[in-house]
Design a protein around this ligand. Sequence first.
Ligand SMILES: Cc1cc2nc3c(=O)[nH]c(=O)nc-3n(C[C@H](O)[C@H](O)[C@H](O)COP(=O)(O)O)c2cc1C
Length: 174
Amino acid sequence: MKVIALNGSPRKNFNTGTLLKKALEGAESEGADTELINLYDLDYKGCNSCFLCKTKDNKSYGMCAVNDDLKEVINKIEESDAVILGSPIYLGSVTGEMRSFMERLIYPYLTYNNPPRSLFPKKISTGYIYTMNITEEQLEGSGYELLFKTNEYYLKTIFGHAESLFSFNTFLIW
Ligand SMILES: Cc1cc2nc3c(=O)[nH]c(=O)nc-3n(C[C@H](O)[C@H](O)[C@H](O)COP(=O)(O)O)c2cc1C
């Protein structure tokens, strides 16, 4: 069993990184091999809209044609059994790096057929850990729930299973 975690925070050892490491420790205690990848260490951009992943007679159909640091990450995810994404909330959304990563990870596998909507080769489990400075009481009316639901929808549609965890009132500095 291989579990990969992706940290979308620029701060490797703060709130998001700590929770991701704890999740991986839990997986390791059940015998899993784990890897933590810090997105801010990688050189990549979001989807460039080339549409080669959607061109049926192209060798890149169903996969991202861009050759940068995400190629190896996406290959590793295809070989994994579970993936955990983690991001701080920045201005009501996930960080820019996490958003760009999600475009590149999810869109190539998404089909417009109904069903199946996914070209990902198998079913795996996914989790999403969000950290944010608002309190749990402030969540209602914040608009963040739509973001969480939308991300869960795409992860479930592509990979088969999606769960989310929320950490509120996080430390800004220490
Ligand atoms: C640029 C920026 C924007 C932020 N925007 C929000 C926000 O919209 N809502 C919120 O609850 N917290 C916001 N925060 C706080 C972070 O989400 C929170 O401190 C988070 O836990 C940081 O994660 P980290 O410790 O893993 O870096 C923001 C922080 C930064 C640096």
